[in-house]
Every structure is written in C-alpha cells, then in structure tokens.
Design a protein around this ligand. Structure first.
Ligand code: ADP
Ligand code: MG
Length: 425
C-alpha cells in the first residue's frame, strides 16, 4: 500500500517536473523568437522609409537619377528588407527585371546632418551656394579617401563625380524646381555615408559593386550576394558546395586582398572582415560589399592611436589589431596585423567563431595537412602564443597559399584509392 502511494507520488512529481521543463523550453523558444523578430527589420517600416522619400521628392525636396523609378513609374520595386534594426537600411528590390540593392545608412533624410542652417529671424532654411558646397564635397573626399584632389577640379566635376545627376542637367536646368535645396540636401546626405563615398569614388574597380544611382539619401547598387558557398546558413546540416567552388572563391578573395594592399595610393585596411561582407557577381567575381570599415593607411593611423590602454586588445579597431605602448600607456598608431591575416583567420579557417563557415573547410584529403599548415601560418604568423597579438601575414605566405589553392584543383588531382578526392558527399 505504502509502496503504491510512494510510487504514485514519484510519478506525479516526475510528471510535474516534465511539464515545468516543457513549459520553460516553450517559453524560452517563444522569447527567442520574439527577440529575433524584434531585431529584424520589418517590411512595413522599410515601405514607410521609401514613402517618406517619395513624399520629399513630390515636394521637390530631394533629387537623384532614380527618384522617378522609385516614386513615379514604379520600375523599382521593394521586395524585402535584409538588415537588422539599428544597422544600415538594406532593401532587396527589382529594377525592371533586374535584382538590385537599395541602401542608406539611416532610414530618413531628417536623420542626417543638414547642410542648411536656420536664421531665427527668418522662416526659411539658409543654404550655401552650390559653389560654396563644392568645398564640402572636396574636403569630404580628401579626408575619407586620404588624397589631395587637384585644384583644377571645379564644382561641375566634383558634382559629376559624386552624384547621380550631372551638374548642368540639375543645377542649370530651368525646369528643375528648387534645385539648390533638393540637390544639396541629397548630395550632403550621401556624403555622410562612408560606403557610398568609397564605392562611388572607386567606380570601375572590379572589386566594388557598381552604383546604379541614387534618390535622396538612398543609393542603388549591384546585387552581389555572399551566397550559400561563402556564407552558409548556420543551421544547414548539408553542405551544398564543392571544394572547387570554395577554392575558386578563395583565389578571388586573395586577388582582392592583393589589390587592397598594392593598387591604391595607400594600403586599404579592411577592419570588418567576415564572410557575409563579401559577395559574388553573376560571372564569379568577388566584391567587397560592406566597406564602411575600410580605411586607408593614414586614416587608420589616426583612428588607432586615440585610446589609452593597459593591454594590446584595448587598441584593436575591430579586425584591425592594435598595439599598446606600455611605456606611454597609449595605443601606437600602427596596425600590427594585415588584411591577409584577417581573411585567413576570419574567412578561410574553420574555427569556433565561424564554425562550419570556414571557406577552406574540408580540402582534398591528400592536401589537408598542407592546408592546415599554411592556414595556421597565415592566421597566426610567427605562431604567437598571446591571443591578443596577431602579426602581418607575409607575402611569402600569400603565394604559398595561392599556389596550394591552384594545385588543389579537384579536377586535376589524382583519384585516391578509387575514392573521390573531393570527399564532400
Ligand atoms: N550589394 C549587395 N548585394 C547583395 N547583398 C547585399 C549587398 N549589400 C548588402 N547585402 C546583404 O546585406 C547584408 C548586410 O549588408 P552590410 O552592408 O554588410 O551591412 P552592415 O553594415 O549592417 O553589416 C550583407 O551581409 C548581405 O547579405
Ligand atoms: Mg556587414
């Protein structure tokens, strides 16, 4: 009798614990789901941003070559938003039959600094002349790109270079209503977006997406998605990509790294290096799609030695590793790693931080040891023990990795013991 009661008590207790646990799990999943939804952008809010832009356009308060397509003809259509709340606003859209990306750092024009000022005694905003404003364009480019522009670049050339409508077509057009205000507000909001500035200035480079045009503070760019090879979903259990697909992207990424290092007036440092910040073009090229944190040498030096520090990692600027001068207690102005080290460690290598994403995951069996070795040498040059110190990966490592990638062409490798060398499937 006692035994049955005790047994019953125990099973009731077990049942209760089970119910509570299930309840907790369901509650946990529900809150997680809510938190994720809260973080993601909503299509309504994105729609609202474009509606607000178009209202300004109707009132001749913004301009740009794509305003008609977004606001009048409807040939640019919003499909969905891709960003997280708080970040840049990024919309997937179609332009006639073509897929494009619309981007703006902030959702509304009013979120940008104005170029006008308000005289308390006058009702209207006071704007500089277009000629005066040319000085702002010039200094913004000079500061951000770290170059000295030739003095002969006049207002026309500066506007033509940095905007989507030609100077004469907009500012000297008798049919254009309110050109100075709408033009300057639009250009000034674009100048406040580092990515636009950088990409627009380097149009024609095979390593940056094409900019198709602008309307107000939004710019339209080439659709260059990271795709599932470079950026597989976290919960995908089956890897759809083959070694050769990954190998070819890695070679293109190395070309990009070489270009950043050698082909500009100064090395261009990528300080936010991760798979999803690179994209693939339809013809297999690799482009840098997020260059908000790309800095030329001189600019990075300035950014890096602002802080005081007690350890080296205090001086890191995201993926640009810094160095603490313990004598002075201030960060030194040099970056101690380089783009190659960051790409090897954060994109190529399979490691905890980017589990399953490491682009050079699962090389051909006969080359695994050599890949491990060269990737380790690249991700941690001189095999430094301290986790907060990573040095520059040398050119020698670059070419070693490049040649190994060429050598590892799965179509050319001998078939091992009757097995496929590419042991994906
Ligand atoms: N030109 C583009 N083509 C395709 N997808 C893009 C493009 N630009 C951005 N994206 C998508 O949006 C994501 C976030 O864009 P990104 O510019 O990196 O913004 P953030 O600064 O918020 O990281 C990218 O990881 C990519 O998936
Ligand atoms: Mg990004």
């Amino acid at each position: 009798m006692m035994k049955t009661i005790r047994w019953k008590c125990r099973s009731v207790l077990k049942l209760m614990i089970f119910v509570i646990l299930v309840g907790l799990v369901i509650y946990g999943l529900h809150s997680l789901n809510k938190a994720v939804k809260k973080m993601q952008c909503s299509d309504e809010l994105s729609r609202d941003m474009l509606d607000a832009l178009c209202k300004l356009y109707e009132k001749n308060k913004v301009g740009g070559n794509l305003c008609d397509d977004i606001c009048k003809t409807g040939s640019i259509k919003l499909k969905k938003c891709l960003n997280y709340r708080g970040g840049k606003k990024i919309f997937l859209a179609t332009w006639n039959m073509k897929t494009i990306i619309l981007k703006s750092k902030k959702g509304y024009l009013r979120d940008y600094d104005p170029i006008w000022y308000q005289d308390p005694n006058k009702p209207n905003h006071i704007y500089p002349s277009v000629e005066e404003f040319a000085m702002t364009i010039r200094t913004t480019i000079q500061d951000r790109i770290s170059i000295k522009l030739p003095g002969r670049l006049d207002v026309k050339m500066l506007v033509n270079q940095m905007w989507s409508v030609g100077y004469d077509e907009y500012f000297n057009n008798p049919f254009q209503k309110n050109p100075r205000e709408s033009g300057l507000d639009s250009i000034y909001s674009l100048l406040q977006q580092d990515e636009y500035l950088m990409m627009k200035h380097f149009q024609g480079s095979q390593f940056f997406p094409d900019i198709y045009g602008t309307c107000g503070h939004f710019y339209a760019m080439e659709f260059v998605p990271p795709g599932t090879v470079l950026d597989p979903a976290i919960f995908s259990f089956k890897d759809e990509s083959t070694w050769n697909q990954r190998r070819i992207i890695a070679l293109k990424l190395l070309d990009l790294v070489y270009h950043l290092e050698h082909n500009f007036h100064q090395p261009l440092h990528m300080c936010d290096v991760k798979n999803e910040n690179f994209g693939l073009t339809a013809d297999g090229g690799v482009k840098a799609i997020d260059v908000d944190m790309a800095y030329f040498d001189e600019n990075l030096k300035f950014l890096m030695n602002q802080e005081n520090c007690t350890k080296h990692s205090d001086c890191d600027f995201f993926d640009c590793r810094g160095w603490c001068d313990f004598k002075t207690g201030y960060c030194s102005d040099r970056r101690i790693n380089n783009n190659l080290q960051a790409v090897c460690s954060d994109v190529f290598q399979q490691k905890l931080g980017n589990a399953f994403k490491g682009l050079l995951r699962r090389p051909p069996r006969q080359l695994v040891a050599r890949f491990n070795e060269v990737l380790e040498e690249c991700a941690n040059p001189s095999a430094i023990q301290e986790a907060d110190i990573r040095l520059k990966a040398p050119d020698e490592t670059y070419w070693k990795l490049y040649n190994l990638l060429l050598e590892s062409n799965a179509d050319l490798l001998p078939v091992e013991n009757g097995h496929l060398h590419d042991h994906e499937h």
